[in-house]
Write a protein that binds this ligand. Structure first.
Ligand SMILES: Nc1ncnc2c1ncn2[C@@H]1O[C@H](COP(=O)(O)OP(=O)(O)OP(=O)(O)O)[C@@H](O)[C@H]1O
Length: 264
């Protein structure tokens, strides 16, 4: 499904600020995999997401979806196959537009060019139907401006918009980190049910160790631009936060340094 071959990224090459963000990353995801990613500060997690989504190009290496290279496709060209939810609830939606206008925008992303961007009665029914699955009453607020929603409501809407057209890959970039614990739990539950129902191939960066262990069928740990641990479903099943941190220390030779680390 998604394959990265020898992907490397260096920032500010040749300057005193040179930073190796990714170093020869090889990663292969099968359809329907739900992979959680944890790692120390500056390990390269966001850079990895940015390279897959097309925000930046790798210096070396290749990204492929279903065997076809996506390296030359710009971010907007990949948007049809790749949905993304960011940490900042403000990032995925347009605050001055209404809920239904935001959904119309997301809907259009998966359609052929030329189709209208408007909201008609049948689309409104579809939007209402989809929103009601979130279970937080947004289906009754179609004409509310998105800027008026709470962080949790916006993040639920972002999740729906990112998955509206059934992308092949869903990227979740610490998408619950800015929310209070109860809202974070709600978004986590919604994420699990949407991913399961749509069988989405998913990569989720998180600083919450417990969440990383609990969710998905594979867990990857990054350090200094490399993948240093890769637990498949059977190994992940028996993991605890203590064991995970112990294995990280044994392999990397240092303690996991993560400012935002949450143990559970
Ligand atoms: N645009 C940029 N210009 C220069 N250096 C960058 C840029 N983006 C990232 N870096 C550097 O590349 C390395 C990897 O950064 P990245 O943001 O991918 O790490 P991360 O694992 O997401 O970190 P964190 O968990 O702290 O957010 C870091 O050393 C970072 O300082």
């Amino acid at each position: 499904m998604l394959k990265l071959d020898n992907v490397s990224k260096l920032f500010n090459p040749g300057s005193p600020d040179e930073k190796i963000a990714l170093l020869g990353i090889d990663l292969e995801l099968s359809a329907g995999d739900f992979v959680t990613i944890i790692g120390s500060n500056g390990a390269g997690k966001s850079t990895l997401m940015n390279i897959i989504s097309g925000v930046m190009k790798p210096d070396l290496g290749e990204a492929r979806i279903e065997g076809s290279s996506i390296s030359n496709l710009a971010e907007y060209q990949r948007a049809r196959w790749i949905g993304r939810v960011f940490q900042d609830p403000m990032a995925g939606t347009a605050p001055h537009m209404t809920i239904e206008e935001n959904l119309a925008m997301a809907y259009k992303r998966g359609q052929n060019r030329g189709l209208s961007f408007g909201v008609n009665a049948s689309r409104r029914t579809l939007f209402r139907e989809q929103l009601s699955k979130l279970g937080i009453g947004l289906e009754n607020r179609l004409r509310a401006k998105v800027g008026l929603l709470s962080g949790g409501e916006r993040q639920a809407l972002s999740l729906l918009m990112a998955t509206f057209t059934q992308p092949q890959i869903l990227l979740l970039d610490e998408h619950t980190a800015a929310l209070d614990p109860s809202r974070a739990e709600l978004i986590t539950k919604l994420t699990e049910s949407i991913v399961r129902e749509m069988k989405l191939t998913t990569l989720m960066v998180t600083h919450n160790m417990d969440q990383a262990i609990r969710l998905g069928n594979r867990l990857i740990m990054m350090d200094k631009g490399s993948i240093i641990l890769d637990f498949d479903e059977s190994r992940k099943k028996d993991l605890t936060v203590e064991r995970l941190l112990g294995e990280f220390e044994a392999i990397s030779g240092h303690k996991l340094a993560d400012d935002r680390m949450m143990l559970g």
